[in-house]
Design a protein around this ligand. Structure first.
Ligand SMILES: [Zn+2]
Length: 336
């Protein structure tokens, strides 16, 4: 769940900073042992910096005493850097090192989330999602075109193979490479066992690997999340579902459909569309059944704002089953 992620990420930043403070202390200890004169310079810089603040308070910023102290500090800093370099250290050896210099490992620049925050969020989400397991096996490398017959049975314009090749080509050559710059929503529809979920997981893996935040929900999970958002006013959850780079809603129509869930879904869909936030929905329902299950307002949004992709082939699960049975009977014959 996305809920609770913020605390985990803040803990993560705290750990990074702790680690860096410790590393700095070790570098200081090292210099203290090897070249204590550099540390003397550093202490003197510290002392003068305090004096500078006092002088500014007492005399104002433009005073002579103040500029003299400033010059003295600069001189000492130069001396320190020169000594460090002369002994073979980097000139920032005695400074705090940050993994992200934009936000100094705080995750925020002012009140705005730093880009590194989103990178950690993707990692964290990826690691803890069930998706991480399924995309080990379900990805473009294992996509098997053999499940799509090159022969047309006449019911569709293209053979199942030609159809899936067209879909694949669009996704691989256009949708994914240009993901950052487009706002294409897709609706995969077709009978169960035609590879829709598999294809959504292939897409999820590609985009996650590129560092996009992809959230994967079955329609049932989304339905529950939308209830939580409404009843518990869970802003963080809503924010993640709305603002992620891609929200995948798998198996729309399999959730328990009530007037309340339909209204909730409509409001949510609208928020995403207004903000141009991409969605990928898969459903086993026929387009005509979608209209029956949801309101006309929802289906008109879906048909008007989504690229519709029909999936069809002989049920892949049945094909796999008969493949296994064939292998089993071949073995049995061979062993006899
Ligand atoms: Zn940062």
């Amino acid at each position: 769940m996305i809920k609770g992620y913020k605390t985990q990420i803040m803990d993560y930043y705290e750990k990074i900073r702790y680690h860096e403070r410790k590393a700095l202390q070790e570098r200081k200890d090292n210099i203290k042992r090897e070249h204590p004169e550099i540390l003397d310079l550093e202490n003197e810089i510290g002392r003068l910096s305090i004096k500078l603040s006092m002088d500014i308070l007492r005399h104002g910023n433009a005073d002579d005493v103040v500029s003299k102290t400033r010059e003295a500090i600069t001189d000492l800093r130069v001396q320190k850097a020169e000594l460090l370099v002369a002994y073979g250290y980097g000139q920032d050896y005695l400074s705090m090192h940050y993994q992200c210099s934009k936000c100094n490992d705080t995750g925020y620049i002012g009140t705005k989330r730093c880009s590194c925050f989103d990178r950690y969020l993707v990692k964290l989400y990826y690691k803890s999602s069930e998706l991480a397991e399924s995309i080990k096996t379900n990805n473009f490398n294992t996509f098997n075109l053999d499940f799509y017959s090159p022969r047309s049975d006449g019911s569709e314009k293209f053979s199942p193979r030609d159809n899936i090749e067209q879909i694949l080509s669009y996704i691989k050559n256009d949708y994914i490479p240009n993901f950052k710059n487009h706002s294409v929503n897709m609706l995969f529809y077709g009978d169960p066992g035609t590879g829709k979920t598999f294809m959504t997981q292939c897409i999820a893996k590609e985009l996650l690997d590129k560092g996009f935040l992809v959230i994967y929900k079955t329609s049932d999970e989304l339905n529950k999340d939308l209830r939580t958002i409404t009843f518990d006013n869970d802003k963080a959850l809503e924010e993640s579902l709305i603002n992620c780079d891609l929200l995948i809603i798998d198996d729309l129509g399999a959730e328990q459909i009530t007037d309340f869930s339909v209204t909730n879904f409509f409001t949510f869909l609208n928020k995403k569309l207004i903000k141009n936030k991409k969605m990928l929905i898969s459903t086993n329902l026929l387009l005509s059944d979608l209209t029956k299950s949801y309101t006309e307002r929802i289906t008109s949004r879906l048909f008007g704002n989504f690229r519709l992709q029909k999936f069809y082939t002989e049920d892949i699960r049945i094909q796999k089953k008969s493949l296994r049975q064939n292998r089993f009977s071949e073995k049995t014959i061979l062993n006899q």
